[in-house]
Design a protein around this ligand. Structure first.
Ligand SMILES: NC(=O)N[C@H]1NC(=O)NC1=O
Ligand SMILES: [Zn+2]
Ligand SMILES: [Zn+2]
Length: 469
């Protein structure tokens, strides 16, 4: 017996890492129940979406987002942050333990953030726990709370309340994580290299975009990665290196994996699209750590993606008020490091990857949905479109070019290095467990029962627990 009709999506082209195919989808109680061409109408209660000419991607899983609530909601909160993610085709995200305050370094702070998310998140959410010096005792409880894994910084995080790990505390934390079967994610930049170079440049008054890039060179990432790999090897801990800015870093990690280390690597849309020349031109809005590199690095990173060496792409959405992106003396070292990118990841990948470089849609889906789902234990419920999986779907019109305007962004502070850029690939609707969480105004009539704007009237995102062991 069914108490409501099914949703049938007709005529779309469904994307998975194995290929694309034209198929209808039948969705019941939030789950994909059938995939066939020419599905017949099973009940007069069924509702239909005509997706002829559209591509249907599994909803993105963004494993790297910094929302700032509680504590710094004036930077970005769960409401605006998750609306932006939904508009960008993301149906599940993992929030980082820092930039909100108190940082998520113990059970009570975890529960505090989980409550905020529960009330406000438009999409499904997981929470990273923090690994800082002195909190190894808390990791078991954080794991029991359902933390996705543990995040550590190997260099300054930019906030006072989330100190970087030294080798000993990273080792102690990874030892426990290994026993728990949890992933440790590291921001891998070398604190001694970046500190020494930064001090040297500042003492010479060298504060430009190129100086900032040179103060955090690729070798600083490689040095930190090397130590994290060593500790992962010693402890048997599962390691995830976030935001690699260079193909050299990616290749080093792959070599370690081939040598038996359980390690994965993420990069971000900005490293695949922007360069230090953009930082020079745009200023603070394009500042991040590790910094944007040269054009050659962008191309080499795409080569690595194409070769299947990169595991995941996360946005590293790290927002702040616009005032923190400016310095009266134009000193880039002083402004906040972090790019607002929650809403634009898929658009950047489609334009820069698929359209400009011919990178297959299958590869982009693997990076943004299937691989993160597998790495963090959500597969096959999430990260794929298949009978039995959650109906987390993005409906995309691939062809028409459009230019990103400030007013298109749902961030608390709508700044982005991508404003003014032209993208091919318009996200028409995002469905979470079969219900729309974002839709283009052209679909307003169809979506009337769900809400009066572009989002549902009430958020219905759910907590996703990390699967350890
Ligand atoms: N604290 C924080 O969000 N830092 C992030 N920003 C950035 O550009 N890289 C990061 O790790
Ligand atoms: Zn980081
Ligand atoms: Zn980050």
């Amino acid at each position: 017996m069914r108490d409501e009709g099914d949703l049938v999506i007709r005529g779309g082209t469904v994307v998975s890492p194995e290929g694309t195919r034209r198929t209808d989808l039948r969705i019941r109680h939030g789950t994909v129940v059938a995939m066939e061409s020419q599905l017949t109408q099973a009940s007069t209660l069924d509702r239909e979406i005509d997706a002829t000419g559209l591509y249907i991607f599994p909803g993105l899983i963004d494993a790297h987002v910094h929302l700032n609530e509680p504590g710094r909601a004036d930077w970005e909160g769960f409401t605006t942050g998750t609306m932006s993610l939904a508009a960008g085709g993301v149906t599940t995200f993992f929030d980082m333990p820092l930039n909100s305050t108190p940082p998520v370094t113990d059970r009570s702070h975890f529960e505090e953030k989980r409550k905020v998310a529960e009330a406000k998140s438009f999409i499904d959410y997981g929470l990273w726990g923090g690994l800082i010096p002195g909190n190894t005792e808390e990791l078991t409880e954080l794991s029991q709370c359902g933390a996705i894994g543990f995040k550590a910084f190997m260099t300054d995080a930019g906030t006072d309340d989330f100190p970087a790990v030294d080798n000993d505390s990273l080792w102690a934390g990874m030892d426990i994580a290994a026993r728990l079967g949890a992933v440790v994610a590291v921001h891998a930049e070398s604190s001694w290299i970046t500190r020494r170079l930064t001090e040297s440049f500042l003492s010479q008054g060298r504060v430009s975009a190129r100086d900032y890039e040179a103060s955090r060179p690729v070798v600083s990432e490689l040095e930190a990665v090397e130590r994290a790999l060593a500790i992962a090897r010693l402890t048997g801990c599962r390691l995830h290196v976030v935001h690699a800015s260079s193909a050299d870093v990616v290749r080093r990690i792959r070599a370690a994996r081939e040598a038996g280390v359980d390690v994965s690597v993420e990069t971000c849309p900005h490293y695949l699209s922007l360069t230090v020349a953009d930082l020079e031109e745009l200023g603070g809005v394009a500042k991040c750590a590790p910094p944007l590199r040269g054009r050659d690095e962008v191309e080499a990173l795409w080569q690595a993606v194409r070769a299947g060496l990169v595991d995941t792409v996360g946005s590293d959405h790290s927002p702040c008020p616009p005032s923190m992106k400016e310095d009266p003396e134009g000193n880039l070292f002083r402004v906040w490091g972090g790019i607002s990118g929650a809403q634009t990841a898929l658009n950047v990948l489609l334009e820069e990857g698929y359209h400009r470089r011919g990178v297959p849609l299958e590869t982009l889906t693997a990076l943004t949905a299937t691989n993160p789902a597998k790495r963090f234990g959500l597969y096959p419920r999430k990260g794929t479109i298949a009978p039995g999986s959650d109906a987390d779907l993005v409906l995309v019109e691939l062809g028409t070019p459009w230019a990103l305007r400030r007013e298109d962004l749902y961030y608390r502070h709508p700044h982005s290095p991508f404003i003014g850029r032209t993208f091919r690939g318009k996200i028409l609707a995002t469905l979470l467990r079969g219900k729309p969480v974002y839709w283009d105004p052209s679909l307003n009539k169809l979506m009337r029962e769900f809400g009066s704007g572009r989002f549902p009237d009430k958020p219905f995102g759910r907590f996703v627990a990390g699967q350890h062991g």
